[in-house]
Design a protein around this ligand. Structure first.
Ligand SMILES: *Cc1c(COP(=O)(O)O)cnc(C)c1O
Length: 355
């Protein structure tokens, strides 16, 4: 870290590769197709995509057409199937064809458009109960009857993080019926959480996103998965405050006792969700330092258990000690949101970027 206030975001691509291997082992015979929407969950679709390709990934999913074009550029001459979850909007066929991209058709209008404008095989998203994207079973029947070439049938689970949730078997049954309409197509139902639900949910392909980046399939830390993103920020000042003193804006924190407080050069502009104050901790070495306040550029932490910590030392806000799922729970969010908010202000370092 050169400048005094600069945070450091380390993206550990070796940990990413290890997580990919864990998910792939869960998937057994099914293909493991990484989901790299939102710039590879905020960690850089280029380095992340190339490393996963080096580990054997040959199919990828993104949300937007522009994300798919970016991934194709980043993969350069590495052959891979790149699927666009948004599907094909009117007038988009030329862009799909120019970059050899595959739409995941998710509405009957899209299917009609694609058949006329391109006619090449596409994926089809069938809704099984989530009510976001996807055609109904009846619409899927009509598409099947039309003879439109569909080589992958996709759906998405709403509650896979809860293995006992009744939505899982209900969506599974609906998906089995939908995929039977397209006997020649491959099938994919599971994202990260679904990949860990057992063999019934794997079909031909699983689509993990967050687990590749260390998010546990049950929305809590999973010891099999490693932290990929590590955000560390320097202690800019250490100050002593007295009982009754407050820190920062308003009354975010008022000391009940004399305290030693560290002020870090990071804030919500670096992706630390403001609401984690009072809920989450930073780590200084092996010691936990509770987060007292969060503002745009500065975070105050309690150094009670870190007697040796001083100005210039780095505190970990996210990483192998400050676990992604714990931070997400403290923010009343999901690990996906924490990752995509990490932003561009921190200096970025990639470990294992030589593939
Ligand atoms: C985002 C997404 C995924 C990946 O989800 P994770 O929970 O990150 O594994 C898979 N499939 C679809 C359709 C998605 O939108």
């Amino acid at each position: 870290v050169q400048a005094p206030g600069e945070s450091l975001l380390t993206v550990d691509l070796d940990a990413l590769a290890a997580n990919f291997a864990v998910v792939r082992a869960q998937a057994e015979g099914a293909e493991t197709a990484p989901v790299l929407k939102a710039d590879g969950y905020g960690l850089g679709v280029g380095p992340v995509g190339r490393r996963l390709w080096a580990e054997g990934a040959r199919s990828f999913f993104v949300a937007r057409l522009s994300e798919a074009e970016a991934l194709r550029r980043e993969l350069s001459d590495r052959p891979a199937a790149v699927y666009v979850l948004d599907g094909a909007g009117a007038g988009s066929a030329a862009r799909f064809q120019a970059a050899s991209l595959i739409p995941v058709l998710s509405a009957i209008e899209q299917a009609d458009y694609w058949l006329k404008a391109a006619g090449s095989p596409a994926a089809l998203h069938v809704d099984t109960g989530m009510n976001r994207l996807g055609v109904s079973f009846e619409e899927a029947q009509a598409i099947a009857a039309s003879g439109q070439p569909i080589d992958l049938v996709v759906s998405h689970l709403s509650d896979a993080a809860l293995p006992e949730h009744p939505h899982n078997p209900r969506q599974l049954a609906r998906f089995q019926a939908a995929r039977a309409l397209f006997p020649a197509a491959r099938a994919s139902l599971a994202a990260s959480a679904g990949a860990f639900l057992g063999p019934d949910y794997r079909f031909d392909m699983v689509r993990p996103g967050v687990s590749l980046f260390g998010g546990g399939p049950r929305e809590k830390p999973d010891p099999r998965l490693k932290a990929v993103a590590r955000l560390q920020s320097p202690i800019l000042q250490v100050r002593r405050i007295q009982a009754g003193d407050q820190i920062g804006y308003g009354s975010m924190f008022t000391a009940a006792r004399p305290m030693r407080v560290g002020v870090l050069g990071a804030g919500y502009a670096d992706g630390v969700i403001r609401g984690v104050y009072g809920q989450a901790s930073a780590w200084v070495g092996a010691a936990r330092a509770p987060i007292l306040t969060v503002s745009m550029d500065l975070i105050a932490i309690d150094l009670e258990d870190c007697p040796d910590a001083g100005v210039g030392d780095l505190a970990e806000l996210l990483g192998p000690s400050a676990l992604l799922d714990d931070l997400a729970a403290a923010a009343r969010s999901v690990p996906h949101e924490i990752l995509v908010r990490l932003g561009r202000r921190a200096e970025r370092v990639y470990l294992g970027d030589d593939h």
